[in-house]
Design a protein around this ligand. Structure first.
Ligand SMILES: [Zn+2]
Length: 326
């Protein structure tokens, strides 16, 4: 149902309005960060096209039920296969979209992670979008719209979805996942607007990361650095979180320093305030700033190059702890 969607009110109102006005474009491009609800909105929108209560969605009629189960004969779902959407998938879709609708008034296709289309798949889709069959609607979803052919983009009505705000994420976590308000606030702080990211934020893991890091910075030891670098380099989806946590560690110390040590640590984020103050006492504001930028630079290197992850962490950790041993 439309009410199941978290945030994005302006965009969902626009989509409902499009259905009501019957001025539906043949193609939409839903773009925005991963994990913020674009796929759910696409599914809800397709249900709204077919639902008995259109533009509302009842989730009870036969169309809604079939769309939920991916078994509606007039709705096609394209997903990447091992990170690629192949020309064969688009050709098959093209054939399916040619025939008259079997159960509703439309044919609809949802192409998820559309940036994964190969060049030939993109060109094949472009031809379809240049002369779309009557009553067909395509919804392309992407988390990287710059990778979509400009000629495809120009044939779509683009709807951009922003990251969810912290308030939305907190209320979702408290209402739907039984998380305490304090915990939800900390998770929302790290999730960067993505609901999907909240599911990989695990309190025990986060506290473990910070605890080991705090101990290391407090008392540097080469073998501990190497062991920690090895453990962290094996983390895949939680790697960005590790960097965010370390950056938050320095950010909090800087904020407290700027406020002349009188400030409380506002975003505690699993941090141990006593340890933080002890570490802060040994560093000048300049040191803290330099360390903060070292973390940001390492994060940038990690995501924009194929640099060896373990070496990167070793380099960063040695560099961050050297101040302490001086
Ligand atoms: Zn329905």
């Amino acid at each position: 149902m439309w009410t199941d969607i978290l945030g994005h009110q302006k965009q969902t109102e626009q989509l409902k309005q499009d259905i009501k006005s019957s001025l539906l474009p043949h193609a939409y491009l839903f773009s925005g960060l991963g994990g913020i609800g674009k796929s759910l909105i696409a599914r809800t929108f397709v249900k709204a096209l077919f639902c008995e209560k259109a533009p509302d969605v009842c989730d009870k009629c036969i169309s809604c039920i079939k769309i939920e189960k991916n078994s509606h004969p007039d709705v096609f779902w394209i997903e990447p296969q091992t990170n690629k959407i192949l020309i064969e998938q688009i050709r098959e879709l093209q054939q399916g979209m040619q025939f008259h609708p079997l159960e509703g008034n439309y044919k609809a296709a949802v192409i998820n992670e559309a940036q994964c289309m190969t060049e030939s798949a993109s060109n094949s889709l472009l031809k379809v979008l240049e002369e779309p069959p009557d009553k067909t609607h395509f919804i392309l979803i992407t988390s990287a719209d710059r990778l979509i052919l400009p000629t495809i983009r120009s044939r779509c009505r683009q709807i951009t979805f922003s990251p969810l705000n912290k308030k939305n994420i907190v209320s979702y976590l408290v209402d739907k996942t039984n998380t305490s308000n304090d915990e939800a606030k900390q998770i929302a702080e790290l999730a960067q607007g993505s609901l999907a990211t909240t599911s990989i934020i695990d309190k025990e893991f986060m506290e473990g990361v910070l605890d080991r890091f705090e101990n290391l910075v407090d008392k540097a030891n080469a073998s501990d650095i190497i062991a920690l670098a090895e453990a962290w380099s094996k983390e895949e989806e939680r790697l960005p979180l590790i960097f965010d946590l370390i950056a938050t560690f320095y950010r909090n110390m800087l904020l407290a320093r700027v406020a002349k040590n009188n400030a409380t640590f506002e975003e505690k984020l699993y941090l141990d305030e006593t340890k933080l103050r002890k570490i802060m006492g040994k560093r000048s504001t300049d040191d803290l700033l330099k360390d903060f930028f070292k973390v940001a630079k390492a994060r940038d290197t990690l995501f924009n190059t194929t640099f060896n992850k373990q070496l990167l962490f070793e380099d960063l950790l040695f560099s961050l702890t050297s101040v302490c041993s001086m």
